[in-house]
Design a protein around this ligand. Sequence first.
Ligand SMILES: C[S@@+](CC[C@H](N)C(=O)[O-])C[C@H]1O[C@@H](n2cnc3c(N)ncnc32)[C@H](O)[C@@H]1O
Length: 405
Amino acid sequence: MELSRPMTISTTSPREGLETNYEEHKQKWAGGLQRVLCMQGGDDDGSYAKNSEAPASAITLSKPLLLTAIQSLNLKLFSRIEEEKDCCIRIADLGCATGYNTLATIDMVVECLRKKYIHECGVEPEFEAFFSDLPSNDFNSLFRSLPAATTRHYYAAGVPGSFYGRLFPKRKLHVVVSLSALNWLSQVPDAVLDKRSAAWNKGRAWINGAKKEVVEAYAKQSEEDLENFLRCRKEEIVHGGMLFMLMGGRPGFQHPENQLGDPDSSAKHPFATSMDQAWQDLLKMGLIDEETRDGFNIPAYMRSMEEVEVAIKRCGGFEIQKMEYHKIMEHSEEKHKEWIRDPVSYGRAKTNMVRAALRPIAEAHLGPNISEELFKCYEKQVSSDITLLHKTGFYGAIAACLIRM
Ligand SMILES: C[S@@+](CC[C@H](N)C(=O)[O-])C[C@H]1O[C@@H](n2cnc3c(N)ncnc32)[C@H](O)[C@@H]1O
């Protein structure tokens, strides 16, 4: 499908082709980030389903916290199962994407609750699971991958929409989880894209190591977003219900301009130097102009533990049961060994990860052909720097378990 489009990059005048392409794709952004942001759907090598190892590790590390929190829920406060024979427990996964993590998460929560009900109340309620994500998410793949209705213990429904707004009626939900999703902001702060502003983020695709004003603009957006998220969930979750958040984050001592921690983790992170260099390469090749490069910023922010705590307290209505910070190794040891033997496959794998997260928004900005060139430039960058292979990168994640008071 993509190849049937006119190849703007092969026109004799790249600028001329670029303008048509850029204008066309700018239209897509007109509806806002929520219309274009999603992980790459499907199940090919560049899909999120095939590139979600790091979020899977984050889930594994925070699983004990989630399960312990479910175990400690007060079912009497939470639902009136003895009085209501037709009791239904409603669970939502906000920012569910598609793939193994999505189904495994709901399965894990339902199983834990089901056993707890049987053990404590001698009855098994019905469960309804809401898979929620932005409308651009690949819900078709998700629904196709659901286990047959006869083999799962829950009814399933999809809820399209942004979790920075209301998604459910008041007091509808008992357990809400949001995993590796809240680090995506509702928008790129306007000032960052404004040439006249001190926060204009010229020459960078993201904020790691950016100037103070840029980082402050992102931090402010992140603060507003998290508060909006919490205020909406406060309405939607029943008293005694639970909100479990797992998000990319940083420890308190790490300043916000250092989003990624140690130098090796920064060097290897897909949003950092190699990504900026790939944009620079597109510019050098004459495929884009400076305006196009500077108009692209990744809407992600790694909050500190303190920033999360302040937002929770400011919102009110939740008690923090537990909060943890985890450092997650970017890849398994096995993969690392495999890549040392075959560095070319390292570049390819790393680029597929970046495609999985950024392709939809890069395409909306550049169109499919130039965005593919961007990923090729990225792959070249990563494959040519063998030193990266000998560095170990980590991701930071914050897990917080809250009870609705
Ligand atoms: C890295 S994926 C995580 C998916 C899954 N929860 C996991 O742990 O593997 C992040 C997901 O958050 C979704 N997302 C980002 N911003 C969102 C928003 N404002 N509202 C709803 N979902 C959002 C993205 O579309 C994406 O599917």
